[in-house]
Design a protein. Sequence first.
Length: 170
Amino acid sequence: MKNKTQSWIFLLAVLLFSCQPIEKSEFAIYLLSQDIPTDQLRGIELRDLEKQSTPIITIDDMIAYDWAAHEIELTAEAYARIQDLFTLPIDVDGMPFVVVVDDGPIYVGAFWSLASSLIYDGVIILQPFAEQDRKIRLDLGYPSGAVFEGHDPREDPRIKDALEVSGKLK
């Protein structure tokens, strides 16, 4: 009986001490603290970017991320924060941002206004209008995806993993 009890205690101890907590990956979008024209973003090394100290969107601001559409449903507070970026006068050449996972930059893009007549070959988040929807979408190129060339950075597996771990991925 004593050996059986010791075996159970040993097995329980092995199980308890071998269990590692699941690492939580953090997804966030930051504005840049540098003043970089959007037409120069694609040529910049990600490691050279300086982001603001506080993200504009965090995983906690997200209700869900639709991977197929690259659409983010936001909380009311986060959606209002994004709308506030587009106060008058509207910056028609975009407002650069960087998508980050675990404090590492994944790709750059720009918040973009429909008032712009400029062409942009990068990832954009268009000025949101629909209060009831509270969704933003990470699109390729402006005024359409036809101007985008190259690899789609939104498909990075680190982003998908972070969204899955957080339970936000649809």
